[in-house]
Design a binder for this molecule. Structure first.
Ligand code: ADP
Ligand code: MG
Length: 234
């Protein structure tokens, strides 16, 4: 579960401050995808960064999988990120020297030794996820041997490796053509259902909106129902 309770975030802007996220309250339930849309600069990536515990709000509460991220130390927040949060950004940022399978396996080697799965269990999980994103036959390929769409699929699979409760996906299709972009959205929808993640997905592709559990629009940091005629706060 992702819970935002009256969350406000500002950044310094010369002598004053700019409000990137303005009194946002939001709940994303397990097994559902909430789509965030809205113009550039409206605060969508800032909202994801708050959910990722990468930044702290000025006020309000952000809870991830039941833990209040606004009251944690930096070390607790990074442990929460490692265990409970999967993050997919626009660029896949894969490691050039590793195969698709190894990109996933390495996730199991990060963090405290006691929190790791056995190597065998990690390999089974990685293989299962590569199958789920349609890359079973590409497991031995390195990033330069994969297309942009395939790299983004590895990126989604890697984000799910440690069984996160929360999946945060920021404009995953912006560097892809329409068909490959649609495949990524499809994979995010399927894996949200099968893994039971609470998923926040930023995308501008309106033709996917009907498939989402909910579509919200951000304008100037304020979260609105997506209906263009509605100015109702959510
Ligand atoms: P979006 O993802 O919808 O394009 P962002 O969350 O990136 O929006 O940005 C929201 C607002 O916050 C914009 O006015 C942007 O310029 C500002 N902003 C974003 N990141 C920073 C930062 N690190 N420092 C200062 N201002 C920022
Ligand atoms: Mg953004």
């Amino acid at each position: 579960m992702i819970e935002f309770d009256d969350v406000t975030l500002t950044y310094p802007d010369g002598a004053s401050r700019v409000t990137a996220v303005d009194s946002v309250s939001l709940t994303v339930e397990p097994g559902t995808v909430t789509c965030l849309t809205g113009p550039s600069g409206s605060g969508k990536s800032s909202l994801l960064a708050l959910a990722a515990t990468l930044i702290r709000p000025d006020s309000g509460r952000v809870a991830i999988a039941g833990s209040d991220a606004t009251r944690m130390s930096g070390a607790q927040a990074s442990e929460l990120r490692r265990r409970s949060i999967g993050i997919v950004f626009q660029q896949a940022n894969l490691i050039a020297s590793l195969t698709a399978l190894e990109q996933l396996q390495v996730m199991n080697e990060l963090g405290a030794p006691g929190s790791r799965d056995s190597r065998g269990a990690a390999t089974a999980r990685a293989t299962h996820l590569l199958e789920a994103v349609g890359l079973a036959d590409q497991a031995g390929r390195r990033p330069h041997q994969l297309s942009g769409g395939q790299r983004q699929r590895v990126n989604v699979a890697r984000a799910l490796m440690n069984r996160p409760r929360v999946l945060l996906v920021d404009e995953p299709t912006s560097a892809l053509d329409q068909d490959r972009g649609a495949q990524i959205i499809e994979i995010v929808l399927e894996l949200t259902a099968s893994e039971g993640t609470s998923t926040l997905l930023v995308t501008h592709d309106a033709h996917h909106f009907a498939r989402m559990d909910r579509v919200l629009r951000m304008v100037d940091g304020v979260l609105l129902a997506a209906d263009a005629n509605s100015d109702r706060n959510v």
